[in-house]
Ligand binder design. Structure first.
Ligand code: ATP
Length: 252
């Protein structure tokens, strides 16, 4: 990463919306995973959520996108209550979700996977050709590979498709789950640079990551999640300098 955002608040813009989570509790069946998670991302902010395996980061994002139904708490997107809303409605309201493991359709082409991203909202469908051009500008590799089956791409290229598909929905808030998983350092950097560029255009970004060093460098603010609870928050720079964070997550 050549430089970092190195600022504590984003510039005002009319693209990003606020994402707010208050007192979130959720789990799977009888197993409670999240206990009382409160966090927010202001319009245009880049927020990282870090924590050990199993801390509940993915479950938090799944609750936001409506895949997991919370048992308590409240989630709002741009002030609209989306707690327990269906995923299709959440997408139509402006949420883009890049899921853990990418969840592409491997037997469909890159272009077909991207087109699916615009399918959920009439507004996204109406400007799909323009958005596709923006996605190709962000990831020129995807234009070169447009006709190739997604399952035959490298891991890094598949991650680009997953990000591109979420962008095809014209999100005001993009939540991204572990994009660096299994990628080379070079590919990780490419994907992180793209997230930084998307954020610079005003989109609010919430990034869940194991790569604590890179994500804290990119983020305006970050939260540390442990055992389904937020235990710490601060600017990316402050958490990077925090001895407890460094010892737990940076092995320093
Ligand atoms: P990781 O980085 O390993 O994905 P995480 O912080 O994202 O960790 P989650 O994936 O949210 O954590 O998992 C939190 C807990 O919920 C873990 O104990 C996990 O085993 C459990 N869990 C996750 N998905 C399911 C599921 N579909 N059914 C039952 N339990 C689940």
């Amino acid at each position: 990463m050549t430089d970092t955002l190195n600022r504590t608040a984003p510039a005002a813009n009319d693209v990003g919306q606020e994402l707010r989570i208050e007192g979130l509790a959720a789990g799977y069946g009888k197993v409670q995973v999240l206990w009382d998670v409160s966090l927010h991302a202001a319009p245009g902010e880049f927020v990282a959520v870090i924590g050990a395996n199993g801390a509940g980061k993915t479950t938090t994002l799944r609750a936001v996108s409506g895949v997991v139904k919370p048992s308590a708490g409240r989630i709002t997107l741009g002030g609209v209550d989306i707690t327990r809303a269906e995923p299709s409605r959440v997408v139509a309201l402006g949420l883009g979700h890049v899921p853990e493991g990418r969840e592409l359709f491997p037997h469909m082409t890159v272009r077909e996977n991207l087109d699916l991203g615009a399918a959920m909202s009439a507004a996204a469908r109406a400007r799909a050709a323009e958005t596709l051009g923006e996605v190709y500008a962000l990831f020129p590799r995807l234009q070169e590979r447009a006709g190739q089956l997604a399952g035959t791409l490298s891991g890094g290229e598949q991650q680009m498709v997953a990000v591109g598909r979420a962008l095809m929905a014209c999100p005001s808030v993009l939540v991204v789950d572990e994009p660096s998983l299994g990628l080379s350092p070079l590919m990780t950097q490419t994907v992180f640079e793209a997230l930084k560029a998307v954020n610079a255009q005003g989109v609010t970004v919430v990034l869940v990551e194991q790569n604590v060093n890179l994500s804290l460098k990119l983020a305006h603010r970050a939260y540390v999640l442990e055992n389904g609870q937020v235990v710490k928050e601060g600017t990316g720079a402050a958490l990077l300098a925090d001895p407890a964070v460094r010892e737990a997550y940076l092995a320093l």
